[in-house]
Design a protein around this ligand. Sequence first.
Ligand SMILES: NC(=O)c1ccc[n+]([C@@H]2O[C@H](COP(=O)([O-])OP(=O)(O)OC[C@H]3O[C@@H](n4cnc5c(N)ncnc54)[C@H](O)[C@@H]3O)[C@@H](O)[C@H]2O)c1
Length: 323
Amino acid sequence: MKNVLLIGAGNLGRRHLQSLKNSQKPIRIFVVEPFDEARALAETAFQQAASELPEKVASFHRSLDEIDQTIDIVIDATPATGRLIILKRVLALGAKDLVLEKVTFNSVSDIDQAGALVEQHAARAWVNCPRRLNPFYIQLRSVLATASFSRFEVVGENFGMACNAIHFIDLFSFLAGRHVYDISLAGVQDIVPSKRSNYIEFFGVASGAFESGPEFKIDCRESTSGVKFKIRIVTPINEYLIDEVAGRVEVTDRDGNTEALGFRQRYQGELTGPLVDAIIQHQQCGLTVFSESMALHRPFIEAAYALYASKYKENAMKMVPIT
Ligand SMILES: NC(=O)c1ccc[n+]([C@@H]2O[C@H](COP(=O)([O-])OP(=O)(O)OC[C@H]3O[C@@H](n4cnc5c(N)ncnc54)[C@H](O)[C@@H]3O)[C@@H](O)[C@H]2O)c1
């Protein structure tokens, strides 16, 4: 029986936990969450999640100090600030497989130290950018592999550019099969407090390009309406307009004929159990491999910190408060 440690049982951690109940394997789950209310909510959600599948034993803890077992797999769903300390501690508990949330680290120094630690402990780690698991994007990737394409765009409102840019950069990288890129945040006009206290959000335009193409743009405006955005991908043959919120894709050819397709991104509550099963069975999963994700985090975090420091104050850690 594998020991799985879930650290951080807030909004997303609770979904990871519910999904763990649907793992096909018998697993022992240790949940570490210091906030009493969040821990109680997670425990209730776990008990209420129906499952006919093999036995799951879960225990709930305030602190990592209470964990005295060797841990096999870690899911870290805490905020970015503080994740490096957690990484050090879970590697010391013997963990060899780790799924880390995005934004994984919010300083270049943490990215570099984390990379060295993962390597030193010969651990396998992945970052939870789950669009890579979506059958539509997997199929689109194989279509784009044979079509030279010039441009990606995400244009919309209120989708959280600072905290979600890495999801889109990860998707562009996945679809293009490249992970070296430049980014400019010169078009970001506003830096505002995030709904999450002590973090910030951006409004405006991020633009960049992968080495030898394609170019990309992430454009996020503030409005009084809710979250909306569309992803546009341009190839010489087709234009894809993906509206994840509405669950619809429009594919328009050169003659202007449009075909409409359905789109569905699975919830985290459906993803984590199968991911853990893949890790147990194959020591791999479809999420972004850690070293690749750090190569994607680095230019964005560097640019985000430079922007933040130019408008606020520099800090010794060169940390930009995004998560
Ligand atoms: N991959 C995705 O699609 C996706 C979606 C949503 C959120 N996220 C990311 O997941 C992370 C968590 O987001 P959230 O919305 O669940 O936040 P949240 O604030 O609801 O939950 C975070 C939890 O971590 C706990 N925590 C903080 N420090 C801890 C520590 N040292 N040990 C144990 N627990 C600790 C907090 O008490 C809190 O309950 C963020 O980095 C966020 O960006 C990713």
